[in-house]
Design a protein around this ligand. Structure first.
Ligand SMILES: Cc1cc2nc3c(=O)[nH]c(=O)nc-3n(C[C@H](O)[C@H](O)[C@H](O)COP(=O)(O)OP(=O)(O)OC[C@H]3O[C@@H](n4cnc5c(N)ncnc54)[C@H](O)[C@@H]3O)c2cc1C
Length: 377
């Protein structure tokens, strides 16, 4: 493909931009937001995501600005936060990458954007796609900007426009993300000394109380609860609510709670959703990837990893097939739909067990996902 339009500058869109610009295509990314406004929280990235970042040429920068570890601890609620288990995590990307790295999301977005631009991709912020038409010659996007409505025609359009994807609706795919009953508070805080890997507490008033280090001095902490209507909550209100919910948790949560009580700048709240498009992800020369095609609760921390893998496989099939043929799409869907579906189903199963207060074979599911995503996509 010589001329590609990408809708959305999230992980999926920027990964696609990097790969296709690197292969010599003329790439334009249309992003509705006026700038890269990634949510100011953290992200947990497993080894397969880190391996993918290496392929994108950003692993060294990601490594330098993230916090790597190979262990996860499980603790019980209570003032002493008793240790239940300490697990050595599989290195899902292979021995060259740590099992897990935590990172501040805006840092990741900045690194990916810089790489895409260095390779020649053009990013048009403040440009919302509102319609798409296609014929044998190309797909035309209708773009709403402050300067009015414009059009742009591309050989291929990649709809990487997230959960509420406009492109998905515009090409007639009806599958939509559904809330699964849970909501999550996330706060970006200072990392207490000794908090050097993810710790999860199951039980107490929240389903999960967890944290993940993101740098020498930073980490993000989260609490998963039954979903509530918390729209319009200010950071001050979010900090106070989170501090209150965190009261029964001890250990490093004492230091986290003290920060929340004093007020934390980056606090957000969102509902868990789930969906997977099991029919083809393309209509003609328009395809959806990333959260537009699949979403899941972050219980196996694979959402962004799967989004970036979509981009890797799309880049690979485009490089090996001549034109947008049936064979290309069959290979793309054959490599992506089953893998993404397995990840979504496993993530949902874990939240179903949590919602039902059932013990379930969580470890077994983690092993299944670990074996799956260890393999190249
Ligand atoms: C609470 C929570 C925690 C998570 N934690 C993790 C984790 O720890 N690890 C992990 O791997 N994943 C995690 N995920 C999942 C991960 O965040 C997503 O899977 C990933 O960010 C999806 O990337 P994307 O590029 O597909 O979509 P997005 O990042 O949503 O990007 C879509 C972009 O498209 C733009 N856009 C939308 N509509 C239009 C339009 N009409 N025109 C132009 N632009 C448009 C948006 O502004 C946005 O910038 C988590 C998700 C949630 C909800």
């Amino acid at each position: 493909m010589q001329n590609v339009g990408i809708v959305g500058a999230g992980a999926a869109g920027l990964a696609t931009a990097i790969l296709l610009a690197e292969s010599g295509a003329d790439v334009v990314v249309y992003e509705a937001k006026p700038s890269l406004g990634a949510l100011g929280s953290g992200i947990t990235m497993q080894g397969n995501a880190l391996r993918a970042f290496d392929r994108l040429g950003v692993w060294e920068q990601v490594r330098a600005r993230s916090f790597s570890f190979d262990v996860t601890s499980i603790r019980a609620p209570g003032p002493e936060a008793p240790l239940v288990a300490e697990m050595h995590d599989n290195r899902m990307g292979g021995p060259d990458y740590p099992a897990t790295a935590g990172m501040f999301r805006p840092d990741l977005a900045e690194i990916m954007l810089a790489r895409a631009q260095a390779l020649g991709a053009r990013i048009r912020f403040g440009t919302r796609v509102t319609a798409v038409h296609q014929d044998d010659d190309g797909a035309t996007l209708v773009l709403a900007t402050d300067a009015g409505t414009q059009e742009a025609t591309h050989e291929l359009v990649v709809g990487a426009d997230g959960l509420n994807s406009a492109v998905r609706a515009l090409i007639g795919i009806e599958t939509r993300p559904e809330p699964n009953g849970m909501g999550i508070f996330r706060a970006f805080v200072a990392r207490p000394a000794g908090a050097d890997h993810t710790e999860l507490v199951f039980g107490g008033p929240s389903y999960i109380a967890g944290f993940c280090p993101t740098g020498e001095d930073t980490m993000y902490a989260y609490l998963v609860e039954d979903k509530q209507d918390r729209q319009g909550m200010t950071p001050e209100e979010g900090s106070k609510l989170m501090a209150e919910l965190a009261r029964p948790y001890g250990g490093h949560w004492n230091a986290i709670r003290a920060q929340l009580e004093a007020g934390v700048e980056h606090v957000n709240y969102t509902w868990f959703t789930s969906h997977v498009v099991t029919e083809p992800w393309n209509r003609g020369r328009v395809v959806i990837i990333g959260d537009a095609a699949h979403s899941c609760p972050p219980t196996v921390a694979q959402g962004a990893a799967q989004a970036v893998e979509d981009a890797l496989v799309l880049g690979d099939v485009l490089a090996r097939h001549d034109g947008l043929t049936e064979e290309l799409w069959a290979e793309f869907h054959g490599r992506r739909v089953p893998r993404a579906t397995t990840v979504v189903e496993a993530s949902n199963q874990i939240t179903s067990w949590l919602l039902a207060h059932e013990r379930g074979d969580v470890q077994g599911l983690h092993t299944t996902i670990s074996e799956l995503v260890s393999r190249e996509p």
